[in-house]
Ligand binder design. Structure first.
Ligand SMILES: Nc1ncnc2c1ncn2[C@@H]1O[C@H](COP(=O)(O)OP(=O)(O)OP(=O)(O)O)[C@@H](O)[C@H]1O
Length: 316
């Protein structure tokens, strides 16, 4: 027997409800500081999932994120959440939004727990849910043991994790994080990635980072920013296609390494013992005898697009 019409209608409503708000449209967004175009006519649409925002220093990532957070007014253009301009949503947007700035503000006297309680109140988290959410986040971010410590006394990595916790307190539909992994050690990075992967189901998460491998593992899409503009957008596989056949690996002797590093765009090196070092480098053609092309990764593309960059690696 076919399902009753009322069941079908309810099903359609449920699907609509789930999808509602699952789109953040950035439309011709610009921000000028005097004659500096920090963000220059950026347009793209964020949908549910993790998005990586990659770009060299000064590319405009923070300025773009601050406009998405409704903290900086655009010079022109707008951001729409589910079709409504965020600047007109006020409190409603703030309640469904979470933001981790590069430096988050906190009073020096706050303990971790006091601060999170204070932030929960600011974000209108229902009182009866506050304690449970704080406990869960403290545990997920391995902060339980320092809950009574003053934030000012914590290490940089711990402080960053408190920042991540406050951004996630209101279980936001849109979570924007500016360099969330700065200062985290390799183990904390893995935990962060797992946490975000799980959290991003049915939510929009935008992460800017210099550590390309952090987003390579979890981002379903990446937007690459250069001089205020989005120059490329797509899945990692789509993005790296442009450098297929341009990433090589080959062996050099330890004595010649410095010379090759001066001459080639070396992405990474691996000591093989016996006086040999394997180098991974970018080039239109092979530059070493017995070089072979290898499948490109996101960090290869990053170095290709931003040659002046020294890649920051996990654990550095
Ligand atoms: N308040 C401001 N006044 C003047 N110029 C600014 C201001 N904020 C940013 N800029 C300039 O706009 C450009 C983009 O800066 P932004 O901080 O957005 O880049 P970014 O990609 O986040 O860099 P980083 O990775 O170093 O944080 C830079 O040239 C910066 O100097």
């Amino acid at each position: 027997m076919p399902p009753a019409r009322s069941t079908i209608v309810r099903g359609i409503e449920q699907v609509r409800e789930r999808r509602k708000g699952m789109e953040l449209r950035i439309q011709q967004l610009s921000k000028h500081f005097k004659d500096k175009k920090a963000v220059d006519e950026v347009s793209f649409t964020l949908t549910a999932g993790v998005w990586g925002l990659l770009g060299a220093n000064g590319a405009g990532k923070t300025t773009l994120m601050r406009m998405i957070a409704d903290l900086t007014a655009p010079t022109s253009g707008a951001v729409f959440y589910d079709g409504i301009e965020i600047r007109k949503m006020g409190e409603t947007y703030r309640n469904l939004f979470g933001y981790l700035p590069q430096d988050f503000g906190y009073s020096r006297d706050f303990t971790v727990k006091d601060y999170l309680e204070y932030m929960a109140a600011l974000k209108d988290v229902p009182i009866k849910e506050t304690a449970g959410r704080i406990e869960r986040l403290l545990e997920l971010l391995t902060l339980s043991e320092v809950r009574g410590e003053k934030i000012a006394k914590l290490s940089g990595g711990m402080r960053r994790r408190v920042g991540i916790a406050q951004a996630m307190l209101n279980e936001p539909k849109v979570l924007v994080m500016d360099e969330p992994t700065a200062g985290l050690d390799p183990g904390e990075r893995v935990r962060f990635r797992n946490l975000i992967s799980e959290f991003s189901h049915d939510r929009i998460v935008l992460i800017s980072t210099h550590i390309v491998s952090d987003v390579e593992y979890i981002a379903s899409r990446n937007a690459i920013m250069k001089a205020g503009r989005i120059v490329d957008i797509g899945t990692t596989q789509e993005l790296v296609r442009q450098i297929e056949g341009k990433v090589w690996e080959g062996a050099v002797s330890v004595e010649d390494l410095t010379e090759y590093e001066k001459r080639l765009r070396v992405v990474s090196r691996r000591d093989e013992g016996h006086g040999l070092v394997f180098i991974r480098y970018l080039s239109e053609k092979p530059e070493l005898p017995k070089s072979a092309t290898v499948p490109p990764r996101l960090e290869d593309l990053y170095l290709w697009l931003f040659p002046q960059t020294v890649l920051e690696k996990e654990g550095n």
